[in-house]
Design a binder for this molecule. Structure first.
Ligand code: UDP
Ligand code: MG
Length: 323
């Protein structure tokens, strides 16, 4: 055991338009934190930090009610919708100076809260970061399972090292949180950033179940955006691939030139309408793709250079515990 007295835990939960699910899952989080505290695994001033990511429904009203009903809840409202990653970062940064360990989890009940206990045990054994890894995706549709798997494989091929089947359910120690706060980028992809911290880490398997209520905010379009963001914010490999493709097509071009010259000398020049057109389309497409990829990086540079705040807190509610 490297922690005595028991560590203060903050469970960080981003919530966006979750009025249908929050009243069902909040009591589950509360009873888990109470049972952990009563068995002496965590300190009694542990908290559940609910971050309202600019919801347009009653989510903030529900959070305010929870904060009033129990001192274990803390509420943070962002000024508008900043997206899952930014809302999560906000919660983690709120936790940083108040907790010994923080665990981030979604508010929809998909992540098994019983893994929290195992995560804390691994922290006690010396892990600064514990990743929650989905052991089964039996409740997801075939398409979601396939696309998610392709997502992880493509990410790793393109140079963004992410833990397979790990989303944003993880434990971070105070030390890891302090190191995370030094990453100053605006294009946030926490799944890719956290492994870069490089402190001792371990994994906990859990079964991911279906959303208790409400619907996912990550349809295919948003998943693809997240993948593109992850890749372009963590790696420059795609630009490297473009250079390789450029060299490859350059060589093919030279060969083609030699070939036309030879056929010309041999006197059997053909009309070549189809081959000319297909070459134009193919090269045009490749050039547009290359320009687009480079444009993505330039756009990211533009956003990074502005140094805009990653989120703005509108309101805070609740007692922090150790003040
Ligand atoms: N979320 C958020 N801001 C957003 C979208 C989602 O804070 O703009 C939260 C959402 O309330 C949930 C978590 O992020 O707690 C994960 O979202 P969701 O369950 O929709 O994603 P999925 O589990 O389907 O990937
Ligand atoms: Mg979910």
């Amino acid at each position: 055991m490297h922690y005595y007295p028991p560590p203060c835990l903050w469970i960080v939960i981003p919530c966006y338009n979750e009025e249908s699910v929050l009243p069902l899952t909040a009591p589950l989080f509360l009873s888990e934190i109470e049972s952990l505290a009563s068995s002496g695994i965590i300190s009694s001033d542990s908290r559940i930090c609910l971050v309202d990511d600019g919801s347009t429904d009653c989510t903030w009203r529900i959070i305010s009610g929870l904060v009033e009903s129990s001192s274990q809840f803390v509420g943070v409202a962002l000024s508008r919708n900043y997206g899952h990653q930014n809302a999560l970062l906000c919660g983690l940064m709120e936790a940083k100076s108040n907790c010994d360990i923080a665990i981030s989890i979604d508010c929809d009940g998909q992540d098994d809260i019983h893994a929290i206990r195992k995560m804390i045990a691994l922290f006690e054994e010396g892990s600064e970061i514990v990743y929650g890894v989905r052991s089964a995706r039996t409740t997801d549709t075939w398409f979601k399972r396939m696309s998610a798997e392709m997502f992880y494989r493509a990410m790793n091929k393109l140079g963004a090292n992410v833990i397979f089947n790990h989303a944003d359910y993880r434990l971070l120690s105070k030390k890891a949180l302090n190191e995370l706060s030094k990453f100053d980028e605006r294009n946030l992809f926490l799944r890719g950033l956290i492994p870069l911290i490089g402190l001792p880490s371990s994994t906990v398997d859990y079964e991911r179940t279906e959303r208790i209520a409400g619907k996912s905010h990550y349809p295919l379009k948003k998943m693809l955006h997240l993948a593109a963001d992850g890749i372009t914010s963590l790696s420059t490999k795609p630009i490297h691939f473009i250079s390789i493709a450029g060299i490859l097509f350059g060589c093919i071009g030279i060969l083609g030139l030699i070939w036309t010259f030879v056929t010309f000398i041999l006197g059997n020049s053909v009309t070549g309408w189809t081959s000319t057109l297909s070459a134009i389309f193919m090269l045009g497409g490749l050039q547009l793709l290359s320009l687009g990829t480079i444009g993505e990086y330039v756009g990211k540079l533009y956003l990074e250079s502005k140094k805009r705040p990653r989120y703005i807190v509108k309101e805070r509610k609740g007692e922090l515990g150790n003040e």
